[in-house]
Design a protein around this ligand. Structure first.
Ligand SMILES: [Zn+2]
Length: 295
């Protein structure tokens, strides 16, 4: 058995003489008779090209098919750059497939189903009741405006193009908490850890992992403490929590590697560390999947 069988309905390939004849005639010479299209080379269906981390909390970058007007990933609209590039991503709790859809200018649509690898999240069962301290009316009175400010910041559209870059570590240090880990309190799941914790020591400067625009620079938030949110464009943004101090303000454009603050322990934090969360639209992502392996 051959390793790669040619399609049995293929037209015979043109002979060398026929090809040579066609070349001599050149493009300007009208053909006497229409040439049948060889069946072995059908007009390729337009398709997405992409590469990335096809797993829960991961992402893809690629290009939409030629002639795409709009495109979506599991129903979420993709922002398509002028050159056809796009970013898409998969929530921590993404199902095992995701659907890429392109609407083409000729009225057709094109679909591709992606297979999303599951992750083995660190789940810890603890024999204590889940805390309820955050649900009191007094707490929510302080919390609500903070929550609204974060929501509004994340909805801001900027023209940042950092989503195209390979991210760098905002700071190097011990990993003190991983994205996605979760505690189960006497059978009741707590919310999972929404970011990556890096603990290099209080006062250590941290930098922008990619280009972006500061959409929130807040101080004294109940949970986040001093909080920076940077929009990287393409629906992608980074949040940095518990900072000792912030070096940038809302509206500032930042470039990859630029110092943006110092690591601290403000807000609800048990020790100095940088909590870095990444979102693409509503999907929460694993920062480690954006980084080179080595610190
Ligand atoms: Zn954290």
């Amino acid at each position: 058995m051959t390793a790669c069988a040619a399609p049995s309905d293929a037209m015979p390939a043109p002979s060398a003489n026929e090809l040579a004849e066609a070349e001599r005639q050149g493009d300007a010479t009208p053909q006497a008779a229409p040439q049948p299209k060889p069946a072995a080379e059908p007009v390729a269906a337009p398709s997405f090209t992409y590469d990335g981390e096809l797993t829960q909390g991961g992402w893809i970058k690629g290009e939409v098919p030629e002639g795409t007007v709009t495109a979506s990933l599991d129903g979420v609209a993709l922002e398509i750059a002028d050159d056809g590039s796009f970013l898409g991503a998969f929530d921590r709790d993404s199902g095992d497939t995701a659907l890429l859809v392109a609407q083409l200018e000729d009225g057709r649509s094109h679909e591709e189903r992606l297979v999303i690898a599951p992750r083995a999240w660190k789940i810890e069962h603890v024999n204590v009741a889940r805390g309820t301290g955050r649900s009191s009316e007094a707490w929510w009175k302080k919390r609500e405006p903070e929550w609204l400010a974060i929501k509004a910041a994340r909805a801001k559209e900027t023209n940042a193009t950092g989503w195209r870059q390979d991210f760098i570590w905002p700071v190097k240090g011990r990993i003190s908490g991983r994205f996605g880990s979760q505690r189960i309190y006497r059978g009741e799941p707590g919310s999972y850890h929404s970011g990556l914790d890096i603990a290099p020591g209080a006062g250590t400067p941290f930098v922008a992992p990619a280009d972006g625009v500061v959409v929130l620079a807040a101080t004294g938030f109940s949970l986040e403490g001093n909080l920076l949110i940077i929009d990287h464009g393409g629906g992608l943004n980074s949040a940095f929590l518990h900072a000792q101090s912030l070096n940038v303000k809302e509206g500032d454009a930042v470039t990859q590697g630029q110092m943006i603050g110092r690591v601290g322990s403000t807000g609800r934090s048990t020790g100095p560390h940088l909590h870095w969360g990444i979102k693409w639209n509503d999907a929460r992502l694993d920062p480690l999947l954006f980084l080179p392996d080595a610190q």
